[in-house]
Design a protein around this ligand. Structure first.
Ligand code: CAA
Length: 286
């Protein structure tokens, strides 16, 4: 069913993840239509992408002409109707099931019959999201990791009704985006978050149990366990709200105490300390 020669990809939601996915798309030669709810949010994402591509030019990893050509391949819209010609649409909006259900239902009325609909959800069920549409066979998970342009993995998540050819097409597109795709089924947290969320929560509990500072905990896990960045730095990068939401969603489904978010980060989330994006989390950012 899925067209093998997809040229145009839609990305809905251009926050940190959506902007990163759009960047991967234009760098890989796809035309990307990025949709945000306001023009200003779209332009903010475009500036972010332009900045990271400029850093690659500065470091000799990309030609200035290639950067210009890649940026030309990105168009912005506030209208879902502008995604009508996309062979693949990747949803990267807020992690709210109702919002995703409404979006997928609306998208189905806009895109072609053979357009693949992918979700970048990290903790919701792809099968539940697919239930919003009359053709759930074309829905698949494409779960990227933060920061999407740098993290090599993409989890290709087969929902209950996803067809083999849709999963295969998503896998091939993941490869063309320069990623190392893996295939998995639609279980809570898929592969990485099933392991990483409780592990990060254990780390954060140790803050209070061992009365260790965030700096020393990060030093412990980088210098003592070889992690590329410490758990507090990582949770600040991912977003404390995102991490709390993913923990709650997995706890609700699996009922494993380690999945539940430690009270300390729930309090931080409630106080608006969301990590890098709000300027303050475990650390302060300018
Ligand atoms: N988008 C695009 N480019 C970016 C970027 C971003 N968000 N962030 C950084 N870059 C670019 C920058 O241009 C940077 O170079 P300059 O500083 O010279 O401008 C370049 O990438 C390299 O950045 P770093 O020097 O910071 O790279 P590094 O070698 O230190 O590695 C890292 C950074 C890959 C993030 C590494 O620290 C790492 O692997 N950290 C662990 C991250 C991780 O575990 N992510 C998964 C989170 S869990 C998740 O995402 C699941 C979920 O569902 C919530």
């Amino acid at each position: 069913m899925a067209s093998p020669e997809i040229q145009r990809i839609g990305v809905v939601g251009l926050g940190a993840m959506g902007a990163g996915i759009a960047q991967l798309g234009i760098e890989a030669g796809y035309e990307v239509v990025g949709r945000e709810v306001t023009k200003e949010l779209g332009e903010k994402a475009q500036e972010r992408i332009a900045h990271f591509l400029q850093r690659k030019v500065d470091k000799g990893q990309l030609g200035a002409g290639e950067r210009g050509a890649a940026l030309e391949r990105l168009s912005l819209t506030t209208e879902l109707a502008a995604l009508a010609d996309c062979g693949l649409v990747i949803e990267a909006i807020v992690e709210d099931l109702d919002a995703k259900l409404a979006l997928f239902a609306e998208l189905e009325g806009i895109v072609r019959a053979n357009t693949i609909l992918a979700t970048n959800t990290s903790a919701l069920s792809v099968t539940e999201i697919a239930s919003a549409v009359g053709t759930p066979d074309r829905v698949v998970g494409m779960h990227f990791f933060n920061p999407a342009p740098l993290m090599p993995l993409v989890e290709i998540v087969q929902a209950e009704l996803s067809t083999e050819d849709v999963v295969e097409a998503a896998f091939r597109i993941g490869e063309r985006l320069g990623k190392r795709p893996i295939r998995c089924h639609d279980t809570p947290g898929f592969v990485v978050n099933r392991v990483l969320i409780p592990l990060l929560n254990d780390c954060l509990r140790v803050l209070d149990e061992a009365r260790v500072s965030p700096e020393d905990l990060d030093a412990a896990m980088t210098a003592g366990a070889g992690w590329p960045m410490g758990p507090c730095t990582l949770v600040d990068l991912v977003g404390i709200d995102v991490h709390v939401h993913a923990s709650e969603a997995l706890y609700e489904k699996l009922r494993e105490p380690r999945m539940a978010p430690p009270p300390r980060i729930v309090a931080m989330r409630n106080a608006g300390l969301l990590g890098r994006k709000s300027g303050r989390g475990f650390y302060s950012y300018d």
